[in-house]
Design a protein around this ligand. Structure first.
Ligand SMILES: Nc1nc2c(ncn2[C@@H]2O[C@H](COP(=O)(O)OP(=O)(O)O)[C@@H](O)[C@H]2O)c(=O)[nH]1
Ligand SMILES: [Mg+2]
Length: 302
């Protein structure tokens, strides 16, 4: 039996379910999920290892217009994820009708690039399955997809079929990582992301976009990990929302994040959260560098 391996990027518009799909493919939460656009801000790797193959999936921010500095970086991450891949997965939300934004997003795919599998996601929420046919038609007109698969990333429907299609299309290759390597993110980053996820789920309007999280201190003993984190927002009003009446919101966010970290990391967690205002951090190149473990060395864009 030959062993196959390769790199596969997951692309699509915001909210299509890319991160949910990655988590389902690797069988563990590696990328945070919320019903808000731009939940994923950087490329996140998830590794799936089976007896016959190892697939390195890369989750990406949704394809969107890049206006602010942070959005430009997000789109840089998307573009980088198109390079040197063996295969691409393009995810669409099948409950939505085809739009111009899809057309724009699809124009990023090059005909001479790697093959692309189209995923019509969220079929659990599509009442009339025959509605999928016109959608397939619209997408088929714009790009010659190698495969089109309806599925539900949330309910794990169609995941096995997708795994098989992906593996079949990969070249012969070695195991790049040990079988227990699931992601390239440091635990600190994943912890910050989990805190951000709980805020995204609990808040609305401008708060999700204006929020980011930095881990200030990480103390590990055999019995417990003590994590000290700061939640940054852009305005006093947002800070008040994140803290909540008598600190209720911060308490809720903290306990949800802590519970998930405990089950994911398999150790008791002490979590200490603070909220700070950092106005216009989304336009601040140096601040953005401090958020991404891969670009911390400093890269400036204005
Ligand atoms: N009903 C349904 N919802 C889904 C499915 N996949 C993702 N979602 C939801 O869609 C929203 C966006 O998901 P997410 O994975 O963050 O999308 P992303 O922005 O493309 O990464 C979340 O509320 C998910 O729970 C699915 O298969 N069915
Ligand atoms: Mg995402």
């Amino acid at each position: 039996m030959i062993h196959r391996s390769g790199f596969v990027s997951i692309l699509g518009r915001p909210n299509a379910g890319k991160s949910t799909l990655l988590n389902s493919l690797v069988g563990q939460k590696v990328s945070i999920v919320a019903d808000k656009p731009q939940t994923t801000r950087t490329a996140i790797q998830g590794v799936m290892t089976t007896d016959e193959a190892q697939v390195i999936f890369v989750d990406t921010p949704g394809i969107h217009k890049s206006d602010s500095a942070i959005n430009k970086r997000m789109m840089d991450a998307v573009r980088a994820s198109l390079e040197e891949r063996d295969l691409l997965i393009y995810v669409v939300d099948a409950t939505e009708t085809f739009s111009e934004e899809d057309q724009r997003a699809l124009s990023m795919l090059r005909a001479d690039g790697p093959p692309v599998i189209l995923i019509l996601n969220k079929i659990d929420a599509v009442k009339a399955k025959h509605d999928l046919l016109p959608l397939m038609d619209e997408y088929g007109k714009l790009y010659s997809f190698a495969e089109t698969l309806p599925m539900s990333a949330l309910k794990d429907e169609g995941i096995e079929a997708l795994r098989k299609h992906v593996i079949d299309r990969l070249p012969e290759g070695p195991e790049y990582f040990p079988p227990d390597h699931i992601t390239d993110q440091p635990a600190r980053f994943l912890a910050a992301e989990l805190i951000r996820e709980k805020i995204l789920i609990a808040t609305r309007q401008e708060v999700p976009h204006a929020t980011t999280v930095i881990i200030d201190k990480w103390e590990e003993t055999p019995a417990i990990v003590r994590i000290y984190a700061t939640i940054f927002v852009e305005r006093d009003g947002q800070k008040a929302i994140v803290i909540g009446a008598k600190g209720a919101m911060l308490k809720k966010v903290g306990s949800l994040a802590r519970e998930e970290m405990e089950s994911l990391f398999g150790i008791k967690i002490y979590l200490d959260l603070h909220v700070k205002v950092e106005s216009r951090w989304r336009e601040n190149g140096a601040f953005l560098n401090s958020l991404d473990w891969r670009t911390m060395a400093g890269r400036d864009d204005t």
